[in-house]
Design a binder for this molecule. Sequence first.
Ligand code: A2P
Length: 278
Amino acid sequence: MIRDEFYVLSNGVKIPKIAFGTWQVKPGDEAYNSVLTAIKLGYRHIDTALAYENEESVGKAIKDSKVKREELFITTKLPANIKGYEATKKAFKTSLNNLGLDYLDLYLIHAPWPWDNVGADCVSENIESWEAMIDLYNQGLIKAIGVSNFRENDINPLVKATGFMPHVDQIRFFLGNTQETTYNYCKKNNILIMAYSPLATGKLLEDKILNEVANKYNVTPAKICLRYCIERGTLPLPKSTHEERIKANLDIDFKLENEDIEKLNTIRNPELDRPYRS
Ligand code: A2P
């Protein structure tokens, strides 16, 4: 079953194949209840970020779930507007405190540039952040490190400066928006892709081709979206605040035939097709 399956990162760390996403989940009861529900239903990988402002609620749910720390995989992110060596270490400590943890499983640079300055040249600041993350990794405070919203040109300078390839790149990835250039670069370099917005934030579910394939397998379009991510070797992180959907999104133990994957690959949605979150 998908809830018991893992990918293995380039450093040998096992990472659950599906994560529960918490972007746009409000801090307080909403984040606490949905994360607690997700863990109770079997998710073992929770994805959050300092910028989501819900780490404390996520941490409380983790604690109250009573699931052993070593059975959980917790991912959080360095905010896109915080860069540099010392600033990274400070933000990391804040996240750890918010979550009530003494180590992280995965820590990501949230974006190559601040969200209010997309495309800005932050190469030297990103290298400093990357060096801080490598130090934290070497100290055993993080089990794996990576990036998010990075493309080849953003990753190469980090590797050139440090010799350290990210273990993960978390990118916007869903049917019709699969960023093939970044996808191929990551595959070639053994970087696991985490697929954020795997349901296109809910905006793709009416698609005709998607619904045809869903009818064939007698499952919902959402399940096809998630299974597609798995078939492409990526790690989806669906988000929901509704128990029945949180549960359904974990129930994707079927296999898509190649002809259907090819059919799904023809989905085009110019409105949604862009590399970064809106
Ligand atoms: P809600 O939180 O109200 O359940 P993504 O994971 O791509 O960011 O998509 C999240 C969006 O998709 C949210 O609006 C969420 O709504 C909705 N969603 C999550 N799971 C399902 C599902 N199984 N069926 C339909 N919509 C879903």
